[in-house]
Design a protein around this ligand. Structure first.
Ligand code: NI
Length: 165
């Protein structure tokens, strides 16, 4: 497996629409594994193939309860709306408030070629909408109602704070 380089906002590939995967082969499976490794190494909850420069409809997500590997995912139903604070591995220095559907039904193909469906809510629903946007060249900063710099973690400052307590 290999860790891949994550493209950041400003790279034209992030604005492109990705193509459907026509054939699921060993390369597809390997790529999903590499995407997962890249996501975990970067401590993200999701990664879409265009973020590593590959314009294919492939997404990995793990919101803390296991890995989803999604091939040609599509949202077929949305309900409700929620505002939440989102970040993105391709926008490392910022976060923003984004309005999303509260629940979504998503259909996708798994690595064995089966077409499956998931009804999602909470963080998984938000992650699905965020990652599927990447497949259409959309970043959260394109639809956020507010964008702010991420608080920088300064390990030395944190250490100093701990000592004071
Ligand atoms: Ni993202």
């Amino acid at each position: 497996m290999a860790k891949l380089k994550i493209l950041t906002a400003g790279d034209p590939l992030l604005k492109k629409k990705s193509e459907k995967v026509q054939r699921i082969d060993k390369k597809t499976v390997r790529l999903l594994k590499d995407m997962a490794e890249t996501m975990y190494a970067a401590e993200g909850v999701g990664l879409a193939a265009p973020q590593i420069g590959i314009l294919k409809r492939l997404v990995v997500i793990d919101v803390g309860d296991g890995l989803w590997e999604l091939i040609n995912p599509e949202i077929v139903k949305k309900e409700g709306s929620v505002m939440s604070c989102e970040g993105c591995l391709s926008v490392p220095d910022y976060e923003g408030e984004v309005e999303r559907a509260e629940t979504v039904d998503c259909v996708f193909t798994d690595t064995r070629g089966r077409r499956l469906a998931v009804s999602a809510q909470g963080l998984l629903a938000i992650a699905l909408q965020h990652e599927l946007d990447h497949l259409d060249g959309v970043l959260f900063i394109d639809k956020a109602q507010s964008i702010m710099p991420k608080p920088k973690k300064d390990p030395l400052a944190e250490l100093a704070q701990e000592k004071k307590q």
